[in-house]
Design a protein around this ligand. Structure first.
Ligand code: FAD
Length: 429
């Protein structure tokens, strides 16, 4: 007979900010944990745009799960993409295996949302994973090389036509990074090109960039984008993209060969759950204890969870701090077994960087701009990255880039496709 004190088995789907923080707090004497992730490493999405712009390599913002849990005897890592959950048999199925759980924590994050324009998936560049960031980096480098040897000036400009859809933090950061390449790197390292040959436009559906931040932050970010020769188009949504032409709701059409999509995210449904558990944006409806609607042994954390609060009538923001704080709260409730601690978000503020010495930060009543915000941004990101080696590598790369006005990682390394592995053919990667 199973003892009352037998350890319970927790499966965590996803080792992002939420999954990793739940593992750190769950009591090793009460739980055995299996972490399942489609990748074998934890990554740091806030710096994906720096991979795309060759500022950092993927290894410096990623960390192998097995290394992270090597001293935790109660934790096992299984690589696999979860395809199905059987809530009656209490099992999780990946492409490789089926594993049983007592408690299930879904911390699977989100994917790109194309708002019904599903043909975009094959045409646009996105930044939701390390693989997607590397794909964009390769595209930018490939285009710079091809434009450099193109003999027709019009063709050079076509090759270097970039549009970013969505002026939230990711859009602004990636547009700013390409703007920095245009302003500082092209004139020095691509003698065959003029910086005016590269055109970058960022498009936003509302009336300001960084609309979730303060108006001052939006105004400064708008100015910084101008300094980096990035054009901004506000109050317009994209309605289509065909034959390298972006069509906007206001009727305007813009030629663009590299369309970067940062306009929306959505949860990926997992087979086995009734439609009724999902809220807007494909997120799992949860209560203040992060229990998924209708279950008391299944929880959702982070971006994939949806919980409204008076200050957040459209659900808590999909940000790293929410994921981390929810994970800690749930782990404490599971440890005590009492479920007496309701989740309450402690908003520590938000920040975004547009380029060297150009950042904005809203930290409660403190609003910072320019270099102080930029230094704060670097500090906060540096301490949040997993692993000492990663922190040092990132710091050295940043110091190097600051002193040289350049990025030294502009290597166009294309993956080799053969021998072909069907099970590597994940989602969009
Ligand atoms: C480009 C970018 C920039 C961002 N910048 C910021 C920022 O500056 N500040 C901020 O606060 N937030 C930022 N965010 C948002 C922040 O990254 C998320 O809020 C946070 O990562 C959510 O954590 P999570 O654990 O819920 O999900 P994630 O960190 O997305 O982790 C989900 C994990 O689940 C795994 N997974 C997904 N589906 C499956 C499956 N079916 N089977 C197995 N494994 C699966 C994934 O591989 C991943 O490891 C940014 C996001 C992006 C994409």
């Amino acid at each position: 007979m199973e003892s009352e004190n037998a350890k319970k088995h927790v499966i965590i789907i996803g080792g992002g900010f939420a999954g990793i923080n739940a593992i750190k707090v769950l009591d090793k004497n009460k739980f055995d944990i299996t972490l399942i992730d489609r990748h074998n490493f934890h990554s740091f999405p806030p710096l994906f745009y720096q991979i795309a712009s060759s500022g950092l390599d993927s290894g410096s913002i990623s960390f192998p799960f097995r290394r992270e849990v090597r001293h935790m005897k109660h934790v096992r890592f299984h690589m696999g993409e979860v395809k199905k959950v059987d809530t009656v048999a209490k099992t999780v199925t990946t492409q490789f295996e089926t594993v049983s759980y007592d408690y299930l924590i879904v911390a699977a994050g989100t994917t790109n949302n194309f708002f019904g324009m599903n043909d975009l998936r094959d045409k646009v560049y996105t930044l939701k994973s390390v693989a997607e960031a590397i794909r964009l980096r390769n595209e930018i480098l490939d285009r710079l090389e091809r434009a450099s040897i193109a003999t027709d000036h019009e063709r050079k400009k076509q090759l270097l036509s970039f549009v970013v859809i969505g002026a939230g933090p990711t859009g602004v950061e990636v547009a700013g990074a390409i703007g920095e390449m245009k302003r500082y790197i092209i004139p020095r390292e691509y003698p065959e090109l003029k910086k005016e040959d590269l055109k970058i436009l960022i498009v936003e559906g509302t009336d300001r960039v960084l609309r979730t931040m303060s108006e001052d932050a939006s105004r400064h970010a708008y100015e910084y984008l101008g300094h980096l020769m990035v054009d901004v188009k506000l109050n317009t949504t994209m309605v289509g993209y065909d034959n390298n032409v972006v069509k906007f709701a206001d009727g305007e059409e813009v030629y663009c060969e590299t369309l970067i999509w940062t306009a929306g995210i959505t949860g990926e449904p997992i087979d086995g759950f009734d439609k009724s558990v999902y809220a807007r944006g494909g997120r799992f409806k949860v209560d203040e204890y992060n229990r998924v609607d209708g279950y008391n042994n299944i929880f959702a954390l982070g971006d994939i969870s949806y919980l409204e609060a008076p200050e957040y009538p459209r659900g808590y923001p999909q940000m790293a701090q929410v994921a981390i704080q929810q994970a800690r709260c749930l782990a404490e409730n599971l440890n005590s077994g009492k479920f007496d601690k309701k989740f309450k978000y402690n908003d520590k503020g938000s920040m975004a960087t547009v380029g060297r010495n150009r950042a904005v930060a809203d930290l409660h009543k403190l609003h910072m701009y320019g270099r102080p915000a930029w230094v704060t941004w670097m500090f906060v990101h540096l301490i949040s990255i997993l692993g000492m080696r990663n922190k040092l590598t990132v710091l050295i790369n940043w110091i190097w880039a600051y002193c040289t006005y350049s990025t030294s990682l502009r290597l166009l390394v294309r993956p080799s496709k053969y021998p072909y592995r069907k099970h590597w053919d994940l989602a969009k990667e």
